[in-house]
Write a protein that binds this ligand. Sequence first.
Ligand code: 0WD
Ligand code: CA
Length: 399
Amino acid sequence: MESQGAKRGAGELKDGVTGGPSKRSRPAPSLPTEASLYAGPFPFYRRPSELGCFSLDAERRYHGDSRALRYFAPPPAHGSAPDFDLREGYPERYRPRNEEIREGLDHLLRWLLEHRGQLEGGPGWLAGAVVTWRGHLTKLLTTPYELREGWQLAASRLQGTLYLSEVETPAARAQRLTRPPLLRELMYMGYKFEQYMCADTPGGSPDPSGEVNTNVAFCSVFRSRLGTHPLLFSGEVDCIDPKAPSTQPPACYVELKTSKEMHSPGQWKSFYRHKLLKWWAQSFLPGVPRVVAGFRDPEGSVRSFRTFPTMEMFELIRSDREGWNPSVCMNFCAAFLSFAQSTVTQDDPRLVHLFSWEPGGPVTVSVHHGAPYAFLPTWYVEAVTQNFPSPPKTSCPED
Ligand code: 0WD
Ligand code: CA
């Protein structure tokens, strides 16, 4: 991707790249994001498999099990139309996660540390892999079509593995701190929908009387590969369908969403162009086969459902010349991973390459050392370097 990036001017870099190999003014590497550059055949994407899972409890404590997994329990299909009041319980029974606490990759790293020895794929697989959250990959997939929100991804290499962890942009932070009350309530409503649709036991009934606590999460850890890039990522899974034809994850997982009721073909078109792209990217990555959407009326009550099979979403937009194309999303993501792999060459957990992107521009890079960007925690770095020392460069005969 160097050649593509090199076509762009150095002036596009927001922060200077420090520590570069040459004092001569060489165009700083950057990666273009225009959709037209990434058309072409769909790249190889390995069928995602689940390596394990973990749960975060009401106090956001980690547990290496599936205790937070919930069971899909929709109302009977032939019953009366749904009437789920999504505003019920707000704000009294809402315990939102403290978003000031920057968790980075910590929970995923804890899982990885506990399972490092037993990873499939043979020794060395992890050394060539990219480790990140699914949500970060979702942002990469949608970048060629994103017109509003930029992102920043911090990257560090440790024992070969490339770790990617999102950094909140100043704009995102400002928006979070000034989030209007209506938007806060809208966030609650999304989680409230989950409460109406999920039970704590297979075959059980939902209990909407409890509190909505967004500290609680069930996260699954997936292995896949995009082109030449082995991937290990974790994503939050809403629920498992005990009645799914396959009981094998991720085929039995269901993603829940809410959206405004639509009344005109124009509204549907806009929904397919924008929201469905995000839904597709998020569920395609881990191989979650369907998204169940609840459509809410202006008062905030869900009045209808629609199931969107992930593999059929593109059909809804295929004929729209201004729509999105999954190949573009995946090709761009692969190009970004190549760009990141070739940019981050030094193995140093304190060294951070910060990849920044704003709509309309290319992805640019700046280099930082230590705080505040370094994100691999000391407990992880120490455990990995002490317990799993890098294999020696030259092979020595066994004793
Ligand atoms: O610190 C942060 N700003 C973030 C934390 C941003 C993104 C995710 N997270 C956390 C999540 O809480 C979760 O524990 O990382 C973990 C895994 O996330 P992911 O699956 O990679 O993230 P993503 O695909 O963006 O979101 C999946 C779900 C969301 O579902 P919807 O239907 O809204 O896409 O994770 C939840 C949410 O239910 N979620 C969050 N929950 C609490 N706080 C947040 C957040 N900031 N972001 C996403
Ligand atoms: Ca969801």
